[in-house]
Design a protein around this ligand. Structure first.
Ligand code: B12
Ligand code: SF4
Length: 446
């Protein structure tokens, strides 16, 4: 086994998803979590978030300042993948083969073939959770190159409070419509109790369902954040906050109640989570104010093909009821699903029209490799083609917003017309969302 001293300094880098926009909205929780685990094992680990920064200049400065023996990257789709490649090239130009490059994050699980050009010059690819995988790789000289998906107890992993830049991600109350609290985005769970057919979780943590920080521990961490940064609002970036059995939600509500419900929250929800008004009532009492809702399509048949689960009441009834109860809702809605008809696309636009208080993010279906829907709609056939290195890279630089091919069977011109309506609605609804009055008043300062 290598000792911590033999491992040397590890630099974990989030290359970032934007070149020049919104750099401090989301802390790089993945890199922070992996770094906390390494630091707990006495490995000197530094974290850098390059979101919005010039990759080459920032990487060069980091390499000179920290002289790392290992550089690990959080890899994601789209522009993030391009930025990652730029960073790898910078490391090799500056340090040659003198440094070990490790890649982790969802992009690795999406493109797991070590021979893919995305991974040129990368020494190790690690799938899934990075904490114990990276520790094993670094401390065990025989460590597997392509580890099986590893898992870690989230209650045992640190929180990133040691990271000097964490406070930079705190946003003032005006930033959080309907929450009216100084706050930040927080990650506290991995995986999901569902398995939608288009979702990245089919490859990122296959077989590993929902895992989360226990309610008491999570609440203690939120209090730590409040004591350090004076925050009382937390928007969870967890893909799933409410497990199907609502065990986690119930525990969290109870812990909040026993502490006098001092915080306000936002979290992800699915349509079935809106079915029970009593649950929503309890969430509201606990401080939940903002919900990010996975609607995806109006048609029950399309939603069924996506594995979204079924609901008995009409979607607008569920959404309007939650809005009336004081929640602010922002939804994710797509078109161009494989097999979707023009009528089904129009039904989605009609639904949005009927719920005029609904804010949403619009997107066209993107066939993510390794997902059931992505494979059947695109990748199974694409893999049989002899593609050049550049074509392979172009594929992997695509993401939900830019990769705009049409997989639905509806003629392009007709799809584009519906898409145009959706984009117009999206813009006006997001503007209204951002202008939501600061309601209710902030929780009392402590
Ligand atoms: C918050 C978030 C955002 C925020 C920004 C976050 C940021 N600063 O990057 C916003 C909303 C802006 C956003 C935008 C987009 N996002 Co986003 N986002 C997330 C979200 C919900 C949370 C990220 C997070 O903090 N996770 C929690 C941490 C703990 O997990 P993690 O980072 O994955 O880290 C773990 C492992 O991956 C691994 N790991 C991570 N880094 C490393 C490094 C090493 C060396 C190792 C070994 C391991 C390792 O270990 C960590 C701990 O175990 C994730 C989904 C999710 N829940 O993860 C999607 C997700 C990352 N986003 C995704 C996508 C596609 C996008 C967009 C491209 C979508 C779009 N509209 O086009 C855009 C990017 C735009 C662009 N220009 O590129 C995908 C990526 C899919 C993929 N296969 O790469 C995800 C997985 C969700 C999805 N829908 O599929 N996103
Ligand atoms: S509910 Fe969301 S996170 Fe869960 S499987 Fe479906 S798309 Fe993925």
């Amino acid at each position: 086994m290598n000792t911590a001293a033999e491992v040397g300094t590890v630099l974990l880098v989030h290359p970032g998803i934007y070149n020049d926009f919104n750099p401090l909205a989301f802390p790089p929780w993945g890199a922070l979590s992996v770094a906390s685990h390494l630091r707990a094992h006495d490995i000197n680990t530094v974290v850098a978030d390059l979101n919005g920064q010039d990759i080459y200049a920032s990487m060069t400065a980091l390499l000179r300042e920290h002289a790392p023996a290992v550089v690990g990257f959080t890899c994601k789709l789209g522009l993030a993948a391009r930025r990652f490649r730029e960073a790898v090239e910078c490391v090799r130009r500056e340090r040659g083969d003198d440094v070990r490059i490790v890649a982790g994050g969802p992009l690795v699980s999406t493109y797991p073939d070590p021979l893919h050009p995305l991974w040129d010059s990368v020494d190790n690819l690690l799938l899934g959770d990075g904490e114990s995988a990276l520790l094993t790789l670094l401390t065990d000289p025989e460590g597997a190159n392509h580890s099986a998906h590893s898992e870690v107890d989230l209650n045992e992993v640190g929180w990133g409070m040691w990271w000097p830049e964490l406070g930079d991600y705190v946003r003032p109350a005006e930033y959080w419509p309907n929450m009216n609290a100084r706050g930040m985005h927080v990650a506290s769970a991995r995986g999901c109790t569902r398995r939608c057919t288009f979702c990245y979780l089919n490859t990122h943590v296959p077989g590993k369902r929902f895992r989360y920080v226990g309610a008491e521990r999570l609440f203690d961490r939120l209090i730590d954040l409040r004591e350090t940064f004076n925050t009382t609002g937390y928007y969870f970036v967890d893909d799933c906050f409410i497990d199907r059995g609502q065990h986690r939600l119930n525990d969290f509500i109870e812990v909040n109640r026993s502490h006098g419900n001092p915080f306000v929250y936002g979290c992800d929800v699915q349509l079935p989570d809106l079915a029970d008004p009593a649950t929503l009532e309890r969430m509201h009492t606990s401080g939940f104010r903002c919900l990010y809702l996975g609607i995806e399509a109006a048609s029950p048949a399309v939603r069924k093909s996506l594995g979204k689960g079924s609901v008995r009441e009409p979607v607008e009834t569920l959404v309007n009821r939650a809005l009336d109860m004081g929640f602010l809702i922002r939804a994710s809605i797509g078109i161009g699903w494989p097999g979707e008809t023009l009528e089904e696309m129009k039904a989605t636009v009609d639904l949005i029209g009927r719920v005029d208080r609904l804010a949403f993010d619009a997107y066209k279906f993107f066939p993510l490799p390794g997902t059931p829907l992505g494979e059947s709609a695109y990748w199974a056939a694409r893999r049989d083609m002899a593609l050049t290195k550049d074509q392979l890279l172009e594929d992997s630089y695509a993401d939900y917003s830019e990769f705009n091919a049409n997989y639905s069977g509806v003629p392009d011109a007709e799809l584009e017309e519906v898409w145009g309506h959706m984009l117009d609605l999206e813009q006006s609804r997001l503007a209204a969302y951002a202008a939501t009055p600061m309601f209710p008043p902030p929780p009392p300062a402590t």
